[in-house]
Design a protein around this ligand. Structure first.
Ligand code: SF4
Ligand code: SF4
Length: 444
């Protein structure tokens, strides 16, 4: 199969499948000297990237080769945790000469793009920058697979890990627009009476109250947890609780900063200083301006802080205030030597993180179920990406085929807006277009 063009990748509606949703055709229109495949999968209990590699390694390598060619890179590296030696062996056997595996330590957050770039290439992305600033393009495993298929088929499916308190943890092939509840049912259903869904991972994901929420191109997985689980209770804390407890209990020990992956990279973010903003309920310049560089990994709140406080939410709250006030941190101080000094012995080991989060009770597996999930109805969201929502390309009552465009990028002055088209994920009939969702009922 010939490598796809950037135009074919755009037409296939490919966006970052790791959760970011950035249109891949834009990323691959740039020039870089290295492509990194992010197979670190450091969110506890998620396994879909490893499963995709196990079952479809040729496709992932083909997509990587296409990306290498498009960006003009010399090399590609697959970042895979060293503990998955069987996956590493499988991938290594198939790699061409200009590609290699970079084994990663079993730590969190190994899959943070900036950490991956440092661990694999030894380059430090500057604060406010992107990997391209140091000549790297980072792609998720599933995104690479989608790129390989771009000239033949658009994105109509998502691979999802369903884990935690379910009967059978599994990796599913899901038509876009299925509900989370259908996915959990396919994993044998919840094994607890009051299931709560954490979507995207216990560290960086969110608590989804609506179990009929729709799977889109950025959904990474569902971790089911009981309502009294520590992760659920932390997600349910409101801002008032966070500030009241934080104000009274933070002793400025600075562990949150000492283990913050972005601080370790030399960026000027210091969550312990951001905590001081709670005392004054205002943005003190020196204390919080660096919160703009928080990657929201949640390590400080769910691992580092001995008082179980929430510096991550304090940082993100301040980050949003800074953005709303259109305040930028010009020429931030940057210490690119700091990683050499501190990074090696300050990574959070996964075993300890899982222990702290009460996740060791769950089966840490997720074999791929190769048959796609059967669903009678799908709801295709018109916005599943960074950029402008799509405009409907079909009408109610129309018959559509799987892979047909049902939402197209809007045009402005003859140019398509940033975004990605969306496609029908089953053969069927459009029953309604409501609140930004095209509903399709299966006919075959
Ligand atoms: S680790 Fe916790 S107690 Fe220590 S400075 Fe950070 S928020 Fe405060
Ligand atoms: S969430 Fe916490 S640990 Fe992670 S980057 Fe932000 S401040 Fe640092």
């Amino acid at each position: 199969m010939p490598n796809p063009t950037v135009e074919q990748i755009a037409a296939a509606g490919i966006v970052g499948a790791g959760g970011a949703g950035f249109p891949t055709h834009v990323k691959l229109a740039a020039k870089a000297d290295a492509v990194l495949i992010n197979a670190a999968e450091c969110e506890p209990l998620l396994h879909k990237d490893k499963e995709v590699l196990r079952e479809m390694v040729d496709g992932v390598i083909a997509g990587t080769a296409a990306a290498v060619e498009l960006v003009g890179a010399k090399e590609a590296h697959f970042g895979i945790k060293e503990k998955y030696q069987n996956v590493i062996d499988l991938v290594r056997k198939k790699l061409p000469k200009n590609m290699s595996v970079a084994p990663l330590r079993d730590a969190y957050p190994a899959g943070d793009e900036f950490i991956l770039v440092y661990d694999v290439l030894g380059r430090v992305v500057p604060p406010g920058g992107i990997p391209l600033a140091v000549g790297a393009v980072v792609m998720n495993v599933e995104t690479a697979l989608n790129v390989a298929q771009a000239s033949q088929q658009p994105v109509t499916e998502k691979y999802l890990s369903i884990a935690g308190a379910v009967a059978e943890p599994v990796t599913l092939r899901v038509p876009l627009g299925a509900t989370l509840a259908e996915c959990v049912a396919a994993a044998g259903g919840p094994s607890v009476p009051d299931p709560h869904y954490i979507v995207g991972g216990v560290m960086m994901g969110y608590l989804e109250e609506d179990h009929n929420a729709l799977v889109d191109k950025t959904t990474g997985g569902v971790i089911v947890l009981p309502g009294d689980h520590i992760v659920v209770r932390r997600r349910k804390q409101d801002w008032q609780q966070i500030t009241r407890i934080g104000r009274s209990a933070c002793d400025q020990c600075s562990f949150c900063t000492e283990l913050c992956p972005r601080w370790l990279l030399g960026h000027p973010i210091e969550p312990h200083r951001a905590m001081r903003s709670l005392e004054f309920n205002q943005i003190g310049e020196a204390n919080v301006i660096g919160t703009a560089f928080c990657c929201e990994c949640n390590l400080c709140s769910l691992y580092s802080c001995p008082e179980d406080l929430d510096p991550k939410n304090v940082c993100t709250q301040n980050k949003r205030r800074l953005a709303a006030e259109k305040r930028r941190y010009e020429n931030p101080p940057f210490n690119p030597r700091r990683p050499e000094l501190h990074m090696e012995n300050r990574k959070a080991p996964m075993g300890r993180l899982m222990q702290k989060l009460g996740l060791k009770q769950f089966r840490n597996v997720g074999p791929l179920q190769p048959e796609p999930l059967a669903t009678a109805t799908v709801g295709i969201k018109l916005k599943q990406h960074i950029g402008a929502p799509c405009e409907p390309a079909v009408g109610v009552g129309e018959t559509v085929a799987c892979g047909q465009v049902v939402g197209r990028r809007p045009m402005a002055n003859g140019v398509a807006a940033l975004g990605a088209p969306v496609h029908a994920s089953i053969d069927g009939r459009v029953t309604s277009i409501t609140d930004g969702v095209v509903w399709i009922e299966r006919t075959t």
